[in-house]
Write a protein that binds this ligand. Structure first.
Ligand SMILES: Cc1cc2nc3c(=O)[nH]c(=O)nc-3n(C[C@H](O)[C@H](O)[C@H](O)COP(=O)(O)OP(=O)(O)OC[C@H]3O[C@@H](n4cnc5c(N)ncnc54)[C@H](O)[C@@H]3O)c2cc1C
Length: 366
């Protein structure tokens, strides 16, 4: 008998396992994939650390979280400065003076602000969808070249049909600064994320390639408490209905050249290119290999047997999610956690914070 059954071996349960283990609690982990780490999983291919489920760049402004993670790895000084490619044009991201200068040939913030403000006047009413909101905030040129195609591919819907909430804050700055994030701490763990997760799970028993939802009774009998980080609607066998998700397909290729695109992340913002991004993994760690590995990221409609990567937190899904949460209150033995258990997109720093908070609560109550 274990104290805890942890369903899923992603970052959330890895942090929980690490904290609970310190108190002497015994944890059993069941994972349906054939590896630990969930979407943070990385592997080493010929010296290049490959991010198996899309680019994972760690950043936070919370010193507690930064110090916590630094106990498990050394971080390099990687700064995310992605490029947007629109047909034969290249722009810096996030939208900043380098972007405006390339787009309009302007030099000063004042000139850029004037163009954006003039173009934004097109929407002289309260925006009711993402398209109108984006044009009002950044003008039509940036919307057409850098937002429209990318966002429509990502969500599989026209921007005029998407809610503003998807892009309420459009990153916009009037300095020559290509650092995508504003956080105080940023970097990539040297050697990838998997060694971190391995260290966190030290002391726990992990069983791979088993789906908890298919053998609930079997697994439930093995522990006093369950921390479940799979999809909440799947946990309840979809009895109130299915939540919507967006999925992704990753196509990874090894190429016999030393440098494919000169930067870790290139966003393809034209609608005609089916993928949204290409990442070139070696640039996360300043690799000097003579070959390279790239991954194309294709957004896909979510369906049976696919990975639910992004929750779609619109009104309809939020109402359904709340109903599932109500249902979960009648099960004191089960805690729903992590990204899928709480039906929200969480970055790694949020995931770690949620896991530390839960662990503290569990330790306090036991
Ligand atoms: C494409 C993409 C890019 C991202 N980029 C970044 C980034 O740059 N920076 C950042 O901070 N964050 C990023 N994130 C977010 C980051 O991946 C998450 O914060 C983190 O992985 C969440 O961890 P988790 O343990 O909650 O969930 P997950 O990583 O999803 O782990 C859940 C685990 O549970 C397993 N599981 C599910 N159901 C069952 C079941 N029934 N039985 C057994 N096992 C099950 C799954 O196989 C999985 O291994 C990104 C996410 C995605 C999707």
């Amino acid at each position: 008998m274990y104290d805890y059954l942890l369903v899923g071996s992603g970052l959330f349960n890895a942090v929980v396992a690490n904290e609970l283990n310190k108190t002497g609690a015994k944890c059993l982990v069941v994972e349906r994939r054939n590896h630990i780490g969930g979407n943070c999983y990385t592997y080493n291919q010929e010296g290049i650390i490959v991010h198996a489920y899309g680019a994972h760049i760690f950043r936070t402004s919370d010193k507690r979280i930064w110090d916590y993670l630094c106990r498990f790895a050394e971080f390099n000084h990687f700064i995310n400065s992605p490029i947007a490619r629109y047909n034969e044009e290249i722009f810096n991201l996030p939208f900043n003076m380098n972007t405006f200068s390339r787009m309009w040939g302007v030099f000063s913030p004042e000139e850029a602000k004037k163009i954006i403000s003039n173009q934004g006047k097109e929407i002289d009413y309260e925006p009711s969808n993402l398209e109108e909101h984006a044009i009002k905030m950044v003008g039509r040129d940036i919307y057409e070249k850098l937002i429209k195609g990318y966002t429509e591919k990502q969500w599989g819907k026209k921007c005029s049909e998407l809610p503003i909430s998807i892009m309420r804050r459009i990153p916009l700055r009037f300095t020559y600064d290509n650092n995508y994030y504003n956080d105080y701490y940023q970097g990539i763990p040297i050697g990838g994320y998997t060694p971190i997760i391995e260290k966190m799970f030290k002391g726990s028993k992990i069983v791979f390639r088993r789906d908890y939802c298919k053998e609930k009774t079997y697994w439930n009998a093995k522990a006093n408490k369950i921390i479940y980080t799979g999809a909440i609607d799947e946990f309840y066998d979809y009895k109130l209905g299915r939540l919507d998700y967006r999925s992704l397909r990753f196509e990874t290729e090894r190429i016999n050249i030393d440098n494919y695109q000169g930067v870790a992340v290139v966003n393809y913002t034209s609608r005609d290119i089916p993928y949204t991004r290409i990442i070139e993994h070696k640039h996360f760690e300043y690799g000097k290999q003579t070959h390279t590995i790239i991954t194309r990221e294709y957004p896909e409609l979510f369906g049976d047997g696919m990975e639910p990567f992004y929750p779609i937190n619109d009104e309809k899904n939020t109402i359904l999610y709340r109903k599932y949460v109500e249902l979960s209150k009648s099960e004191p033995k089960v805690i729903l956690g992590g990204r899928l258990g709480t039906y929200q997109y969480t970055d790694m720093q949020d995931t770690i914070k949620m896991a530390l908070d839960l662990s503290e609560k569990e330790i306090r109550n036991n």
